[in-house]
Ligand binder design. Structure first.
Ligand code: PMP
Ligand code: GLN
Length: 400
């Protein structure tokens, strides 16, 4: 939405809109807006996805020690070697994917910068990017900033989970398509793409010579499905940029330490952009995350077990309150259909939910171009059990 602003330049007041045309329509992110609402009103925040408990104690201590020990100056642009080695080792151990830490791993300021630098580096103005809607909000903004065009393919409920129609995906690919941007485990639906679904995507990439960019920030947070990196499929390693981050895996979303793994020519291209966005990422956190990837995966397993039970707790509560909740296979979000409670629109539902129950959630329509998301609301369950139980009790106030 164009916004007029009055800017005073010396003694002249000029009526201009300082925001570039490419970013018109992008206001404050829904996550910032909803968290501000929860803080202002004391509501329960099931909106923005951040845990309300800390990551492993030794991880926090390692960061503090790194600061005390003097790791306080610029680390190398591509990232600390020990973190790049830990990332490569993790890909090799879990998925038998071999990456050279010195040429095929790049450390970024969270997955957010990885997504931004990757798209800015790889997509020309006017080229098209296929994304699955609902999509994470930064995708649309970065596609717009890179001057590209997004081609959404809608995930729809089928058999209790959200999936895509292969014919629709095929139809979204045109001669201008440059890449497919995929998020699995998927925020906000909780879908973990099956091998069969990934094969459909891989076929298209190979057939049309497309690049795949995979956002795998929830790679460890799966409950009853296996996370399969697209790069493990035949012919995909050489055309895939895989993105991940420590925020979700180790409950340190504020640390903003992420990375890409990709063939060297992609890493060089992304690094060319990344060095002018931030040059490098925070040194002490890199050291701590390298430690965690080596030593704290048992802790991640306990997190996963605990999140599985929180998922069931919240999903059960939403169902008891009369919503249709789609039990997620991964991530820490549940997407629910509010129509059984008499609401046609998720935005209206979240307004009433806040007013009557003091709960903040996210209307999923903000993640869609089409109106397919109108009846859905996203709830985060990465919260203490007592917070989830309190929210579930309050949900009773919504029934009309
Ligand atoms: N992608 C998805 C799907 C996300 O949910 C998030 C939020 N963590 C990000 C990217 C951004 O990750 P980071 O905080 O590491 O920048
Ligand atoms: N990834 C988090 C979510 O989906 C939010 C991150 C942010 O606030 N940008 O809730």
């Amino acid at each position: 939405m164009p916004r007029a602003a009055f800017v005073t330049l010396s003694r002249v007041t000029v009526n201009i809109d300082p925001l570039v045309a490419r970013m018109q329509g992008f206001g404050t992110t829904v996550f910032a807006e909803m968290t501000a609402l929860a803080v202002r009103t004391g509501a329960i925040n099931l909106g923005q996805g951040f845990p309300d408990t800390d990551g492993p104690a030794k991880l926090l201590e390692t960061a503090a020690e790194a600061i005390r020990g003097g790791a306080n100056q610029y680390p190398p642009g591509p990232g600390l070697p020990e973190l790049r080695e830990a990332v490569a080792a993790q890909r090799a151990e879990r998925h038998s994917l071999d990456y050279d830490p010195s040429a095929e791993v790049l450390v970024t300021v969270g997955a957010t910068e990885a997504i931004a630098a990757t798209l800015l580096a790889l997509v020309e103005t006017g080229e098209e990017v296929v994304v699955f809607e609902p999509y994470y909000d930064s995708y649309a903004a970065i596609i717009a900033l890179s001057g590209a065009v997004r081609r959404p393919v809608t995930l729809r409920p089928e058999g209790g989970r959200f999936t895509f129609d292969p014919a629709e995906l095929r139809a979204a690919v045109t001669p201008r398509t440059k890449l497919i941007l995929l998020n699995s485990p998927h925020n906000p639906t909780g879908t973990v793409f099956s091998r069969g679904e990934l094969e459909v995507i891989a076929d298209l990439c190979r057939e049309h010579d497309l690049i795949a960019v995979t956002d795998e920030v929830y790679e460890y947070l799966t409950y009853d499905a296996e996370h399969v990196p697209l790069a493990t499929l035949p012919g995909m390693r050489e055309r895939t940029v895989a993105i991940s981050s420590a925020g979700k895996t180790f409950s340190v979303t504020g640390w903003k330490t992420g990375w890409i793994t990709a063939p060297p020519e992609f890493v060089r291209a992304v690094q060319t952009v990344k060095q002018f966005l931030t040059f490098t990422a925070s040194a002490p956190y890199q050291r701590a995350v390298a430690y965690a990837l080596r030593e704290e995966l048992a802790w991640v397993e306990t997190l996963r077990t605990s999140l599985r039970s929180k998922r069931d707790r919240l999903t059960g509560g939403l169902e008891a309150a009369g919503l249709i909740a789609f039990r997620p296979q991964g991530t820490y979000f549940v997407q629910a259909d509010v129509r059984p409670l008499g609401f046609a629109d998720g935005r209206e539902f979240t307004r009433v939910l806040h007013e009557r129950a003091g709960i903040v959630a996210i209307p999923a329509q903000v993640f869609y171009d089409s109106d397919a998301g109108d009846p859905y609301v996203r709830f985060a369950f990465c919260k203490r059990d007592e917070v989830i139980d309190d929210a579930v009790r309050r949900l009773g106030r919504i029934a009309v």
